[in-house]
Ligand binder design. Structure first.
Ligand code: NAD
Length: 499
């Protein structure tokens, strides 16, 4: 059976060891490949290649680095269809959604094409007598990215495009559940002219993650995944003196005000709660209608919309969403639905036990709607990460703001309303990192920045945009004086001031 190997120093082959994991086709449930699980020795080889290549890459002028990004973007675009099929075959999302996954990553590559502008420093002439002050941004050196299964193209590109354009070498440790796309991206980077050793892929599980977190030559680690592991990565990486940004889980709320256009809200919720089988950190798995009348009207419109959703294989162009990633994840989602019922919520549409004809062993979960969910329930408190929408009824606007604000996660939130004042108040007061106003999935564009609050992110720097540039560079500030002999510099025993 095919073994998905690490991509080190410009190629695959000969790197895989004895430990491997199974990679499934979620549409059929069959094992389609094995992925190598690397260890310290594999990482050491990747780090050695990175150390050999990075100084010359950092010394390459930023416009030339940007040109590699331009070529890479064109190569990925030319291969969009094949890459999307590869992505769907391991992840399970429908092809159109895989193209969206790749495209959102490419938009960060487009941002990285403008890196010469983003890396310009600051300059003050005459900060003191004959003194100028200026700053420059220099690459961290070697960075690593540890990525989740749910966006196998977008998230490696969020990190690597900015890291590489800034002059770093980047080592990607993708999810072992869908590891192939980053390997193909590595090949395309080489074709685009990126030197060997600047973008590499090492596969693995906790052993490889720990090796990354402990490796003294790796200066920065970017992580995206579930919150407990994000916290672990943050603590261990920071304890080793690295800069770490670690994005975690989510449970995003959609607040529906009584004046909202409910027909549009239902369309928005169908896509945001069930698209990609709910396996998105910016999905909207909780809807909070304000007032009993809004809740009842919304529920009666949601039921037929949810029952009309088509679940199908990834290659079915008519399907709204495909299978979830593994059998274990399917079982976990179904057990959360059972728990929600035990806790007293009302099961309105049940997606458990869903089997697709001809694909009975695929990892499919039907769309599920739960009503009368309350904040004390575990099924509300925790991330389900499946095609499950929970209705939490709120009496008024204040309760709705407080629900989203007090939840342990603070990734995204949306409000649906025609009232500008309510929307403005909500955006200002809600304790969440990314807010949508009549926008159900408020993922910021590439030149803005992505990051949640509370247990949705550990560390203080977001992904991509100028925050990404800050994360992947160190700022150096130079204070200079070029004396011409006319001024006596004196002996400064006292701290110099501008007094
Ligand atoms: P995960 O936490 O299981 O895995 C993420 C990465 O951590 C993978 O590369 C995995 O190999 C590694 N890993 C797994 N177990 C580990 C361990 N014990 N020690 C060290 N490393 C370990 O996450 P997932 O299931 O792949 O992805 C889904 C999660 O990611 C969800 O919680 C989702 O909300 C979150 N997510 C967050 C964002 C965000 O930006 N906030 C974006 C996408 C996904």
């Amino acid at each position: 059976m095919r073994v998905i190997d690490h991509f080190i120093a410009g190629g695959t082959g000969g790197h895989s060891g004895s430990r491997q994991a199974e990679v499934f086709d979620p549409n059929t449930g069959a094992v389609q490949a094995h992925v190598a699980l690397g260890d310290q020795a594999v990482l050491d080889r990747a780090v050695a290649a990175a150390e050999a290549a990075q100084p010359a890459w950092a010394a390459t002028n930023p416009q030339r680095r940007a040109r590699v990004m331009f070529r890479f973007k064109e190569l990925v675009e030319a291969e969009m269809d094949t890459l999307a099929h590869l992505l769907s075959s391991e992840h399970g999302k429908v092809i159109a959604d895989s193209k969206g996954d790749i495209q959102r990553g490419l938009e960060v590559v487009e941002f990285a094409c403008g890196i010469p502008h983003a890396l310009k420093g600051e300059y003050t002439q005459g900060a003191g007598p004959g003194i100028d002050v200026y700053s420059m941004r220099q690459p961290v050196g070697i960075g690593a990215g540890i990525t989740p299964f749910n966006f196998p193209a977008m998230i490696p590109l969020w990190m690597s495009a900015v890291a590489i354009a800034c002059g770093n070498a980047f080592i990607c440790k993708p999810s072992e559940r869908d590891p192939s796309v980053p390997v193909r991206l590595a090949e395309l980077f080489i074709e685009a002219g990126l030197p060997e050793g600047i973008f590499q892929v090492v596969h693995g599980d906790k052993e490889m993650v720990d090796a990354i977190l402990d490796h003294p030559a790796i200066g920065a680690v970017s992580f995206v995944g579930s919150s407990d592991i994000a916290n672990y990565v943050y603590q261990r990486g920071a304890a080793n003196g690295k800069r770490v940004q670690a994005m975690g889980g989510a449970k995003n709320h959609g607040i529906v005000m009584p004046d909202a256009d409910l027909d549009q809200v239902v369309k928005d919720l169908a896509g945001a709660a069930f698209g990609s089988a709910g396996e998105r950190c910016m999905a909207l798995p909780v809807v909070v209608p304000v007032g009993a009348d809004t809740a009842d009207r919304l529920r009666s419109k949601l039921i037929p919309a949810i029952e009309a959703l088509k679940v199908g294989v990834s290659t079915d162009a008519e399907a709204h969403y495909g299978p979830v990633v593994t059998a274990a994840h399917k079982a976990k989602i179904e057990s959360w639905i059972a728990r929600a019922i035990e806790e007293g919520s009302e099961l309105v549409v049940d997606g458990r036990g869903f089997a697709l004809q001809g694909h009975e062993n695929g990892f499919f979960v039907g769309p599920t709607l739960l009503d009368h969910v309350t904040p004390d329930m575990d099924s509300y408190h925790n991330e389900i990460f499946g095609p499950v929408l929970q209705i939490v009824r709120a009496d008024d606007f204040e309760t709705a703001v407080s629900l989203a604000s007090k939840h342990q996660y603070g990734n995204g939130v949306a409000i649906f309303t025609r009232n500008g004042h309510a929307a403005r108040e909500f955006a200002a007061r809600v304790n969440v990192g990314m807010v949508g106003i009549n926008v159900p999935i408020p993922v910021p564009v590439a030149y803005h920045t992505f990051g949640g609050w509370k247990r949705s992110a550990f560390g203080d720097t977001n992904q991509h945009g100028m925050e990404g540039v800050k994360f992947w560079t160190k700022v150096k500030t130079i204070t200079q004086r070029w004396p011409d002999g006319s001024v006596d510099g004196g002996n400064a025993f006292v701290i110099p001031t501008m007094a």
